[in-house]
Ligand binder design. Structure first.
Ligand code: SAM
Length: 244
């Protein structure tokens, strides 16, 4: 069937490619890929060869009209390097324009690092705000953090190893010392979730960020941090010291 197929691909573990995603990729007339070399690896894994064309932030505006024009007679699959297209990845304008031109848009849901991180973090999931990547410049980052500080929801940020320490410190500063989780290498061999307060996590990663891809999940405001015995002792000592 002609139309635009939004195909989620694995975020690390190739076993997470769904049978439906593999089926669509094997039958697409064209695969629009963020990086055709990365997608070529995935296609090799499933033993598929289909025509590919690059679709990324730098050429999207130029190639989008041509892709939309082909949707009337062709099935075009959109994939990104990893995970769900459109989520901190290119694609929303292609979906918008395809729809506006009256073409079918079909989604093939699958892995998404933000959702996977929420399932690992052990923080409330009834309301969450996906905040994507923070700006890397300090002032813009502080402003972006201030914007979300009052939101009563768990916050989800994408991050990379080298910036992690600075990001955690900025989050502790701008949000207060909330509970958080640093999730890393999800679905890969070294998958981990390290939990703690933002300040302890910032300290832990101050020197060197860990390797790999990272999602930072932060508790909503006002949720009291679980009290440790040490905290209780310190609070008691402080209270005793204040007694007349
Ligand atoms: N579209 C993708 C998705 O659905 O998650 C996200 C693309 S975004 C350009 C890449 C970021 O996603 C990484 O910097 C990291 O924050 C996160 N990410 C991707 N794969 C991950 C993994 N296996 N473990 C942890 N985070 C991951």
């Amino acid at each position: 069937e002609p139309g635009l197929y939004i195909v989620a691909t694995p975020i690390g573990n190739l076993g997470d490619l769904s049978p439906r995603a593999a089926d669509i990729l094997s039958r697409a007339d064209l695969i629009a890929a963020e990086d055709t070399r990365v997608t070529a690896g995935l296609l090799r894994h499933i033993g598929v060869k289909r025509p590919m064309t690059p679709y990324h932030d730098h050429n999207a505006d130029a190639v989008r009209p041509g892709l939309v024009a082909r949707l009337g007679s062709e099935a075009i699959a959109l994939v990104s390097d990893a995970g769900t297209p459109l989520i901190s990845d290119p694609g929303f304008k292609l979906v918008r324009d395809a729809r506006a031109a009256g073409h079918a848009v079909v989604t093939i849901p699958g892995p998404c690092a933000a959702i996977a991180a929420l399932t690992l973090a052990g923080l409330p999931t009834d309301r969450f705000l996906f905040a994507g990547f923070l700006p890397s410049k300090a002032q813009a980052r502080a402003e972006a953090i201030a914007e979300v500080a009052a939101i009563r929801a768990t916050l989800v940020f994408y991050e990379s190893g080298p910036r992690l320490g600075a990001t955690l410190a900025a989050l502790a500063e701008g949000l207060g010392d909330r509970e958080a989780a640093v999730t890393r290498e999800i679905s890969k061999k070294f998958e981990e979730a390290v939990t703690g307060t933002l300040s302890t996590l910032a300290e832990r990663y101050a020197e060197a960020g860990p390797k790999g891809e990272i999602v930072v999940v932060v508790a909503p405001p006002g949720a009291p941090a679980p009290a440790s015995a040490e905290d209780a002792d310190a609070a008691l000592r402080e209270a005793l010291a204040r007694l007349p």
